[in-house]
Design a protein around this ligand. Structure first.
Ligand code: B12
Length: 209
């Protein structure tokens, strides 16, 4: 247990070296990668968000904590992703215009790849036109991520642009990110919402069946 607390603390301190060291130590001690992810890395980012909200952390602290988390995630990636054989479907994913948060999106991409999907990641701050241009034959699902209440409307404009291009009947659109809800997804015409990366995989699979 204390190994997970050490990882949590290292991310909270934004200490990449210690995070790497503690994640490796926990793995050698037999702690499951999924526990390190949930109880160590993700829980720490939640606390970082809380501290930012309270005014105890500022953007630089948030940024170095995010870097430490991403470093830890890199070590876990091969363990969380069991390579699929035949691609089960193709997903295009990105963080919407105006939004630079990518940790959650990267996690969703990783888990989708692990479940056998081919994933094209367009990155962050992706304009609606860029999403539209990426919808080629063979794409089954479009995933949109937003972490800011101020960028959630970019999800709606992206879906509108896809509809105006006559592409929505070819693909399913799924959305997610901390402020996003199932109700919001319904309101803006998305085909689905998932609160975390694991459920994003279940959702994606159900939509291509
Ligand atoms: C790290 C972080 C940053 C880092 C981002 C680094 C990076 N490379 O991503 C930096 C420092 C750059 C940053 C900047 C800012 N941030 Co910030 N940030 C965070 C923080 C602490 C953690 C986010 C995170 O990575 N969580 C961990 C991941 C794993 O969780 P997740 O993103 O929610 O993803 C999961 C699910 O949501 C879901 N999911 C995500 N995407 C998708 C997509 C699909 C298709 C599906 C199905 C599911 C899905 O699955 C994921 C995995 O399980 C949050 C706090 C929080 N509690 O969310 C604030 C937070 C999001 N930030 C906030 C703010 C205000 C900002 C800034 C405006 C600050 C400023 N004054 O400059 C800027 C905006 C920059 C911009 N234009 O985007 C606020 C937003 C408030 C609001 N109501 O909108 C938050 C909530 C902090 C707070 N409590 O106030 N931030």
């Amino acid at each position: 247990m204390s190994q997970l607390e050490d990882i949590y603390q290292a991310v909270l301190n934004g200490d990449t070296e210690v995070t790497l060291e503690k994640v490796r130590a926990a793995l050698s001690a037999g702690v499951a990668a999924s526990d390190i992810l949930q109880t160590g890395l993700i829980a720490a980012m939640g606390e970082v968000g809380r501290l930012f909200e309270e005014g105890d952390y500022y953007v630089p602290e948030m940024l170095i904590a995010a870097r430490a988390m991403q470093a830890g995630l890199e070590i876990l990636k091969p363990l969380l992703v069991e390579a699929g054989v035949e691609p089960v479907g193709k997903v295009v994913i990105g963080t919407v215009k105006g939004d630079l948060h990518d940790i959650g999106k990267n996690l969703v991409s990783m888990m989708l790849e692990g479940a056998g999907f081919e994933v094209v990641d367009l990155g962050v701050d992706v304009a609606p036109e860029k999403f539209v241009a990426a919808i080629h034959d063979g794409v089954d699902i479009l995933g949109l991520s937003a972490l800011l209440t101020t960028t959630m409307p970019s999800m709606e404009s992206t879906i509108k642009a896809i509809e105006e291009a006559g592409l929505h009947d070819r693909i399913k659109i799924i959305i997610g990110g901390a402020p996003v809800t199932a109700e919001y997804a319904k309101k803006i015409g998305a085909d689905g919402f998932a609160p975390d990366a694991g459920q994003a995989v279940t959702l994606a699979k159900s939509l291509i069946d």
